[in-house]
Design a protein around this ligand. Structure first.
Ligand code: ZN
Length: 358
């Protein structure tokens, strides 16, 4: 766990068919109207502040702060989108007072929703260690805990052995730091070549641990409940499933070894003083459009060009080769089901079909 801790995420994601966003952190609320002592205290912690823009002017101010935030001292977990919609930011130590005052000066009413993120991360780590130690594993794997990259990889190879008639390992690509990007294919019964292909992906943003955990749990259910629960059998039989639990393997590893709040890849590009690109702003589709930053130190940095990230290029090539019928990308936090595309508010043609699945 690194001392420098930042956050867990914001969404305005690019290439997503359906983007399920899950919350991982509980909220601790403080009363409005903070006294001097509290402000000094909060200025030394990593806090999360929520503010709801009540006018177009408020929204403009928040969008301005977001666009000019080159070093991500103010990290937008939930970006400014519309009047009445909450905007959540984590604030690195020393900027609380400034941000808080700026917002209040413009008539906004910020509230502290998480007082000490690092403390929460420490508690979460302890709970995970406890879960790993005491909760019995299903098929020697504990679906009730977070796992590092090595354990996730082992789990995939174990599944390929255990369910050898249905599961195969898929080598998708390689990361900037030369880690393999590995997924699973689940395919049951006959006529596999004619079945549509469905791609599920997690962990494109490194710190969103609940995303790989969700994909892993779903995969476990698809296999352990196959031929037991009809609904699951039907879903499994209908498609060839391509499942990539950890997309951003370098970033994910880094969250376990150095900085729990790392979000981007770990690539280095000439001329940039900061490491990494937001892989979900790096697809070659409407690259550079809204919701991404051209500032290399930003957490939403889009990269020097589309597909500058070998991971993104590699996964895109794989998907093109296999020809996917459907694609779901899992993120945190928020509870949202996002339809394509992230850069526009126009609804897709099959929007009603998507909604009918809920
Ligand atoms: Zn994300």
């Amino acid at each position: 766990m690194g001392n420098r801790c930042r956050s867990a995420t914001s969404e305005a994601d690019g290439v997503v068919i359906l983007d399920y966003v899950h919350t991982t952190l509980p909220f601790f609320r403080l009363p409005r109207g903070l006294d001097e002592r509290t402000i000094v205290e909060l200025n030394n912690l990593l806090t999360v502040v929520r503010v709801i823009p009540e006018t177009e002017k408020h929204l403009e101010i928040l969008k301005g702060i977001s666009a000019n935030n080159s070093a991500d001292e103010i990290d937008f977990w939930r970006s400014p989108r519309a009047v009445g919609h909450p905007v959540d930011t984590s604030l690195s130590p020393k900027v609380f007072d400034h941000y808080h005052n700026t917002l209040r000066m413009h008539g906004l009413r910020p509230e502290v929703t998480i007082r000490d993120v690092q403390k929460l991360i420490n508690t979460s780590d302890e709970m995970n260690t406890h879960a790993l130690k005491f909760h019995p594993a299903q098929d020697n794997f504990n679906y009730g805990a977070y796992h590092n990259l090595h354990e996730v990889t082992e789990w995939m190879y174990n599944l390929a052995r255990r369910y050898s008639d249905m599961v195969t390992i898929v080598n998708i690509s390689q990361s900037f730091e030369k880690r393999p990007i590995v997924g699973l294919k689940i395919s049951s019964g006959k006529g596999n070549a004619e079945k549509p292909n469905f791609f599920i992906e997690g962990g494109i943003h490194a710190r969103e641990w609940i995303s790989p955990a969700t994909v892993i749990y779903m995969t476990g259910q698809m296999l352990s409940q196959y031929k037991i629960r009809k609904k699951i059998s039907d879903i499994v039989d209908k498609f060839n499933w391509y499942i990539l639990p950890v997309f951003n393997v370098d970033g994910y590893e880094y969250t376990w070894t150095h900085d729990r709040t790392w979000r981007k890849t770990r690539s280095k590009h000439p001329g940039s003083v900061c490491i990494g690109v937001d892989p979900n702003r790096n697809w070659n589709w409407q690259w550079g459009n809204v919701g991404s930053s051209n500032l290399p130190c930003s957490n939403t940095y889009r990269g020097p060009k589309a597909f500058s990230e070998v991971e993104v290029k590699g996964v895109a090539n794989f998907m093109k080769k296999v020809r996917m019928k459907a694609f779901i990308d899992f993120h945190s936090y928020s509870q949202r089901w996002m339809s394509p595309w992230g850069y526009t508010e126009h609804l897709p043609n099959d929007y009603n079909d998507q909604v009918s699945m809920f």
